[in-house]
Ligand binder design. Structure first.
Ligand code: NAD
Length: 430
């Protein structure tokens, strides 16, 4: 059985590597020739720890190849995993244009039975749509099945999460498809949930929505902790040790971002609205998240007596450590707001970069955190890259205009920073 991964982005590349590691013959297909060229040469075009080593290994062992020849790739493989993007439309719904393009390519080029597996995050009902799109693109009828197999990996831990998932969800409606999927995943040591395609699609959205809810919940608690002078870190630990609650996703901070939570929650809200159902909890989760950066700036503004002509060192661009992904990152909202208040921003991130043509006036990208901090009126820590913990904060204090740190990830030790003479503030943590 030969596997084809369509869309070699964060999910597709990781999926391809893990299937190759499991011993399958895998081809990665992408419309972007540059990405294919780079991947074929063993070079990863995005940042994800451990992936490039795997890439080199799998290419060398001959289990993995890459192509942008759609027709040949579809004809020569048996199981086609769709990993293309499903971005947000302006009304919040998931834009399925890439999924539809792939369906049309498959319908046009398939020449024998294919099992088509949707890994991309897609709204409930997409599995059915996919079948129709494929059928209507076929010149001569060919048999196929469509399975929903959502992906749960986290950027920053992609390889580990894909090698050792908590569960595999297979949404399929016939025995042949289920048998093939079980065979593909047979070496995975985790529960396999076999369910209806619509349920599989729903599981993915419900999981992301729940995780985002935990984040907005603790962020709101942190605001209350600010007022009550309570340490939210202790609150997180105190409630998170309860196994019914769990500690993960209970760290107060600058808000969630990235290519999944904001768009997936928007898509779920859109689905609910179409069905005349009000998801009031998720509406609030979104509202809390969208106001989180504003809340933080409101804490800093009075201390600096406004942002006009102030130099702000923004540490971290990516939506979380371990990735260069800045899609929907909180840092972008900080930048936009600070620039609108005429601040000068010196931003640093160890791997993520703003595209060259998007540097507005007043924004400087620094190669080192030290360069970003020199002459700053305030440091805002936006992404908890471990390297920010290791900085020589004693020395840096002397280089700042005023020693003020707003720790938007509560990653530094408040007592230590205060002992060094900083005005240190975290979120719900002082
Ligand atoms: P991505 O944007 O990094 O990659 C998508 C790739 O698909 C791109 O390289 C693009 O060139 C390619 N593509 C688009 N149309 C194509 C076509 N017709 N033929 C071939 N290639 C095509 O996206 P991603 O972050 O990997 O996410 C993919 C899907 O997985 C999304 O639905 C996302 O919601 C979901 N997901 C993402 C993550 C994550 O952490 N990134 C985790 C779980 C699920």
């Amino acid at each position: 059985m030969k596997l084809l991964i369509i869309g070699t982005g964060y999910v597709g590349t990781t999926t391809a590597l893990v299937f190759a590691e499991m011993g399958w013959k895998v081809t990665g297909l992408d419309r972007d020739h540059k990405k294919i060229e780079q991947l074929s040469q063993g070079s990863l075009y995005f940042f994800e720890q451990g992936l490039e080593l795997q890439l080199v290994k799998q290419l060398k062992e001959g289990n993995l190849s890459f192509t942008s020849d759609t027709k040949m790739a579809i004809r020569q493989t048996d199981v086609l995993f769709i990993c293309v993007g499903t971005p947000s439309r302006s009304n919040g719904s998931a834009d399925l244009k890439y999924i539809k393009q792939v369906a049309e390519d498959i319908g046009r080029y398939m020449n024998s039975y294919k099992l088509i597996v949707i890994k991309s995050t897609v709204p409930v009902g997409t599995n059915e749509k996919m079948k129709k799109w494929i059928q209507s693109s076929q010149k001569t009828p060919q048999p196929f099945d469509v399975v929903s197999n959502p992906e749960f990996l986290r950027e920053g831990n992609a390889l580990h999460d894909t090698l050792y998932p908590d569960r595999v969800v297979i949404g399929a409606s016939n025995e042949k498809a289920i048998k093939i999927m079980k065979e593909i995943y047979r070496t995975m040591q985790c529960p396999v949930i076999i369910t209806a395609p619509r349920t599989a699609e729903m599981i993915k959205y419900a999981a992301n929505a729940f995780l985002a809810t935990k984040i907005s919940y603790i962020n709101e608690m942190a605001r209350l902790c600010d007022k009550l002078d309570i340490n939210v870190l202790d609150v997180s630990r105190g409630i998170g040790l309860d196994t019914r609650i769990g500690q993960s996703f209970l760290q107060a901070g600058s808000g969630y971002g990235g290519s999944c939570f904001p768009k997936d929650i928007a898509a779920l809200l859109h689905t609910a609205k179409e069905l005349d159902i009000k998801l009031s909890i998720l509406e609030k989760v979104t509202a809390v998240n969208e106001s989180q950066q504003r809340y933080i700036l409101d804490q800093i503004r009075p201390i600096l007596k406004g942002f006009h002509n102030k130099t702000i060192s923004l540490l971290g661009l990516s939506f979380k450590p371990g990735t260069d992904d800045i899609r929907d990152a909180p840092s972008l909202r900080f930048i936009q707001s600070l620039l609108s208040e005429n601040a000068c921003i010196k931003v640093h991130d160890p791997v993520a970069k703003l595209p060259l043509n998007s540097y507005p006036k007043g924004l400087q990208q620094c190669d080192t955190p030290e360069q970003s901090i020199i002459q700053a009126d305030a440091v805002i820590i936006c992404t908890n890259w471990p390297l920010y913990r290791e900085l020589d904060w004693t020395q840096l204090k002397g280089s700042m205009k005023r020693p003020f740190i707003y720790d938007g990830r509560n990653m530094l030790d408040a007592e230590e920073m205060k002992a060094l003479g900083y005005h240190y503030q975290g979120i719900g943590y002082h």
